[in-house]
Write a protein that binds this ligand. Sequence first.
Ligand code: F6R
Length: 615
Amino acid sequence: MCGIVGYVGSQSALEVVLAGLRRLEYRGYDSAGVAVLADGQIASARKSGKLVNLEKALVDGPLPAGATGIGHTRWATHGGPTDANAHPHLDNAGRVAVVHNGIIENFAELRAELAGRGHVLTSETDTETVAHLLAEEFSGCADLAEAMRLVCRRLQGAFTLVAVHADAPDVVVGARRNSPLVVGVGEGEAFLASDVAAFIAHTRSAIELGQDQVVEVRRDEVVVTGFDGRPAEVRHFRVDWDAAAAEKGGYASFMHKEIAEQPRAVADTLLGRIGADGALILDELRIPAAELREVDKVVVVACGTAFHAGLIAKYAIEHWTRLPCEVELASEFRYRDPILDARSLVIAISQSGETMDTLMALRHAREQGSRVLAICNTNGSTIPRESDAVLYTHAGPEVAVASTKAFLTQLVACYLVALYLGQARGTKWGDEVLGVVRDLADIAGAVERVLGDMEPVRELARSLAGAGTVLFLGRHVGYPVALEGALKLKELAYMHAEGFAAGELKHGPIALVEEGLPVVVVVPSPRGRCVLHDKIVSNIQEIRARGARTIVIAEEGDDAVLPYADHVVRVPVTPTLLQPLVTTVPLQVFACELAVARGNEVDQPRNLAKSVTVE
Ligand code: F6R
């Protein structure tokens, strides 16, 4: 939801900010804008549409050179994606410029108040009110950080704000509440950004900002205070990936690249997880072992693809720990008054670590006295910081809006957490844990093999470019995989797609099946619970008898499916519970290829944003 960049240093602020925005465009891409401080004035440009529109406008109307600047790429909340609503927003005198991510809930009241004092607001956004309020406060104190603190104390909602003032050269000020903002510390330069990807080409040294903090950056100084003005503790961290990881590296899209990176991402997430004593290692653990042994229920909260990872985690957690496990959409969780107490362990899964629905769910859980364990891909983000324990997935930066490698690494992390709980509670012996970890270690190679044989899947996808609907069926851990396959197709190919538990089909959805309808079936291993395998083979026969074109994802050597499959996609043999790590991959490739065949932009599907920081 909106990408923000701020820069102060000695390079061209415009170039640094635009390069940063390119890296953040995945966060929102319906308009973009920049502001630069030059010769005691603010020069700015804004354009609706993707960043490239702004870049073209800057070629036609260049901005003067300056070494302090801010920029924004937007995912609209208040006001449509027009030039006038694009950020930065300026006050009437054009002395202050502000960019914003989030929602200011009391903006209508603030707007009316400002209008009453003679301010003229020219956009439909909530952000513009901040520019006007900042200008007023600055005229009283001549200190941009203090003006920001005074304004923030009046704002309700979630926001990251970054501002510059024409009368405060060489300083950029930022503020955050419930929305991400990180500081990059370079040599004689500093950066503010929604995500480290914006400044990774310049520095890997970063500072996390806490809730309700204001940061003031100059070339050689970073000062962090609370909204109340008190100095805040500064937490430094080093970004453990480099600029090359955030580039396309010769692939047609970030999604192609991220699908291809999955074997590495899976292997990296497993690295260093077993200690010398054979015990599993999490990244941060602030839960005493005795408390973990007392846990009597696990609740997983997540959204979208991460929710599907949670659905798969349930099978492993219940099987390996014998603890009941509920999986809940984070956006529904706190509104149904869930039964939680100090013995409930809540697992929050999030690639970005900033998803507002998941954050609110975890806060609700902690208010009820539950402990929260985060599975997250983004160091320094809010969800792990507010959790009692963290396991980081080492997928590296995921730039394509549709999640692929983050999902596979979330699965690995879920299996590790399930084993960890099993080990802590004594339901899994050390040798059993090591056996599963070894199986997991083999998965990277299995994913590699799947990826090496995807041409038939791509060809099939291209042949279906004109289809209206695709259904996905699965059983057991294959059911969430079917949901994930359908989600990928919806968001990338803009096609009607639905995932069903195969056994549920006869209770209604089978009425959708008609001549030629493509149905993808994720077949469980015949070696695991063969009863499931036999049942799904019957389900395939049922839909085929009604005219469906069956696309069957089945393990190598499973020939029982052959008589009923129009197309077979083979995956390597894996333990039953780990099978989603290989069966998901052809579905990602299928959706990606179908999207390309339909002329869609795979990295930035319409209406979406990578990090959803509003509820
Ligand atoms: C789908 C997708 C989304 C995210 C969801 C949660 O491909 O990417 O459904 O999984 O928005 O995002 P995170 O994991 O950042 O909390």
